[in-house]
Design a binder for this molecule. Structure first.
Ligand SMILES: Cc1ncc(COP(=O)(O)O)c(C=O)c1O
Length: 393
């Protein structure tokens, strides 16, 4: 039975909506103690997509690529995904098992709808990406949280996963690099989670949307290097800076292709034809094109972490990937929604309450904004935080 009452709001969207109202109030001359809102709430790259991506879409429209495509995606795009897995990870994928969707989100929804029914349990790390438990609860299924620890770098501990498995477990959900912690699963961790899947038959759903946005020298890995019993989701929103294009893809075990196809045909018909052509251009664009973007993120990451610490937040872990810093504000508050709202109203800095991610008392800051804006936001926060009562004072 569906259960929409348990779906919680996506607080980051509520912060964004209130930020937009404040910006409107500033435009209408309503007095504020600041002249602008600085957006550190939303996980949206501030870089444009590459010109070759835009050109591919324009070309496709001009050439009349404006009809429905195959419900599983343009075969050329699916082949480009196969080449990407081969080149990046040395993993061979069958193009029949690649499915395109209008973003990672609808693909994840399709997988959840296919796999879960009332009472089923799905294991995931906490803190988690906000939508996961909501997708699961909306189907009457139950998210089972494995708490990750700051002292372990917020890494999902495979032994904890193993302990959480019950006869009702229907999937293990991983996210690496992770939102909101920036944690990255090591090859050993991926292997250990894959082993649990192989032993129990429980499939893994691996959200790899932040692949490519990582700051160490280590090579990145996909779960498909360690098991084929996985649904691997990825998209163009983050690495390729294509949030508004709405394009994603997944690789699924062969036996699930046909059942998912039936869902995709009914629910979505197909993905925008010309957007899929843009996706091919993105997948074929060389990684060198993104190097300076990653370096810029890295500089901002270092700056934001040190400025948050200087301001008075505890940042227990330097994030290793994605573009977020999860800051512990429990010295000041137990109510992250109220605290983030106060920060926004009083300083004009928009940030996301940890409650969105099951991390009450924490605040997530996105560094998908310029260094200049980050510094300006931190100047305001540092000053503001000095006047806030500390719980430990
Ligand atoms: C972990 C994670 N998965 C999925 C998504 C959604 O991605 P898409 O834009 O492809 O729907 C996001 C967006 O923030 C995310 O952080």
């Amino acid at each position: 039975m569906k259960n929409l009452d348990d779906v919680s709001p996506f607080y980051v969207m509520e912060v964004l909506e209130r930020s937009n109202e404040i910006e409107d109030e500033i435009r209408r001359g309503i007095k504020k103690p600041y002249d602008s809102v600085i957006h550190l709430e939303i996980g949206e790259p501030d870089f444009p997509s590459l010109p070759c991506i835009k050109e591919a879409a324009i070309r496709a429209i001009e050439e009349g690529d404006e009809k429905y495509t195959h419900s599983l995606g343009d075969p050329e795009l699916r082949n480009a995904v196969v080449r990407k897995f081969e080149k990046k990870y040395g993993v061979s994928v069958n193009s029949d098992c690649v499915i395109a969707g209008s973003g990672t989100s609808p693909l994840l929804l399709a997988v959840c709808m296919l796999l879960f029914k009332e009472g089923d349990e799905i294991i995931m790390a906490r803190p988690y990406y906000a939508a996961y438990p909501n997708f699961i609860r909306s189907l009457g299924a139950v998210p089972v949280f494995v708490d990750t620890k700051p002292e372990e770098g917020f890494r999902l501990n495979p032994e904890d996963v193993r302990r959480a498995v019950t006869p009702k477990t229907k999937a293990i959900l991983t996210n690496s690099p992770a939102n909101p912690t920036g944690a990255i699963l090591s090859p050993d961790d991926l292997k250990a989670v894959a082993e649990i899947s192989e032993e129990t038959g429980i499939p893994i759903i691996a959200d790899e949307i932040y692949q490519g946005i990582a700051y160490g020298d280590e090579k990145e890995h996909t779960i498909l290097e360690f098991t084929k019993n996985a649904f691997v989701l990825n998209g163009f929103s983050k690495y390729y800076c294509m949030t508004g294009w709405r394009l994603g893809y997944m690789v699924v075990p062969e036996s699930y292709v046909r059942p998912i196809q039936k869902l995709m045909q009914n629910y979505f018909i197909s993905v925008n034809a010309f957007v899929q052509k843009a996706g091919i251009a993105a997948l074929e664009s060389p990684d060198e094109e993104y190097r300076s973007m990653i370096e810029t993120y890295n500089e901002r990451r270092i700056c934001l972490v040190s400025r948050l610490r200087k301001a008075g937040f505890v940042v227990p872990v330097d994030p290793k990937g994605a573009f977020y810093v999860l800051a512990d504000a429990r010295n000041y508050t137990d109510d992250s929604v109220a605290f983030a709202s106060k920060i926004l109203e009083e300083t004009g800095v928009a940030c996301t309450p940890g409650l969105d991610f099951g991390a009450e008392g924490y605040i997530r800051f996105s560094y998908a904004n310029s260094r200049e804006n980050i510094e300006k936001a931190m100047d305001r926060l540092e000053k503001w935080l000095k006047d806030q009562p500390r719980k430990d004072a």
